[in-house]
Write a protein that binds this ligand. Sequence first.
Ligand code: KIV
Ligand code: ZN
Length: 386
Amino acid sequence: MSDRVYIFDTTLRDGEQSPGATMNAKEKVRIASRLEALGVDIMEAGFPAASEGDFAAVQDVAAVCQKSSVAGLARTSKSDIDKAWGAVQHAKHPRIHTFIATSDIHLEHKLKMNREQVVEAAVNAVKYAKSFTDDVEFSAEDGSRSDRDYLCRVFEAAIAAGATTVNLPDTVGYAIPHEFAELVKYVMDHTPNIHQAILSVHCHNDLGLATSNTLAAIQAGARQAEVTVNGIGERAGNTSLEEVVMAMHTRPNYLDFHTNIVTEQIHPASRLVRMITGIMVQPNKAIVGANAFAHEAGIHQDGVLKNPMTYEIMRPETVGLSKNNMVLGKHSGRHALRSHLADMGYVLSDEELQDLFIKFKDLADKKKHVVDEDLEALVSIGILRT
Ligand code: KIV
Ligand code: ZN
């Protein structure tokens, strides 16, 4: 049996840190329900100390999630941890995620603390978080640029204080795969109590290597991947959920791991995140870009018609792309519209459908074909109005 990799989704926290991606509570809850359907193990719903609005949003997400654990982010201060716990305490599976930087550059210029003080802050934070919940994650911010032995020391102390997950972030997207795998292996070999916790990785995409670094880390022993839908996140973004999951799914001989992700939910989740954040994905984006399954060259089209596996390494249906080739226009009825929307991942009540149907007919009178992007826009108008 292959090893399980836990998927920690931070679309609602690090993803929200993409410029312009701010979400209100209602939008976060809508995405959270979709993330549960997708099967993420943990979702980081926000940073409750950041604002009253985010505190309330995390509370709302915690109230609706039944299967996924819900994490709130906190610095190492008691007040941050109080806020994080206040926001997630009613979740079925609450997690507090506390972090502090461990690289010398952050210690000297940002925190103005020495190494001993940082170890102490980490230990106190984990112990305090542990007084609220058993499920505590500790992150060593800028871990990939930290002194290796010091990093191991901080992880050892955090685990001894009660952390059940320790996370190694490549905060500034500086690592390269071989080097990052070596670092993960070093941590596995030099942190005496590492087997009492799950080692997690959290990569940023500044060099376009977030997915490669995450996969290399998993091969080296990490068992939690921190990701976002569509790879949105601070600066160039975070590791994209769909890329990591589908790499493991498509190449089991080399990546002999499994996740709990329902791959058919990938496209519906991607669409919802695009629609709510307003952040589109580039057409050639792996798995979820508009051209990811489009074949332009005649030779390719011929091959795919004869056998899709000639030019497709995964079936579009596997990632939830609609098989439905029906063209929607002014002659289409409610039933066709409902079934097309269901294929796109939108399940509407009769009342919502009726409302949308009127708008759809109105648009179809002005346009030859109503395409998925039009439907998304119509659905989003409905969401904004309610
Ligand atoms: O990139 C980072 O280091 C983070 C931490 C808070 C985990 O987002
Ligand atoms: Zn991050």
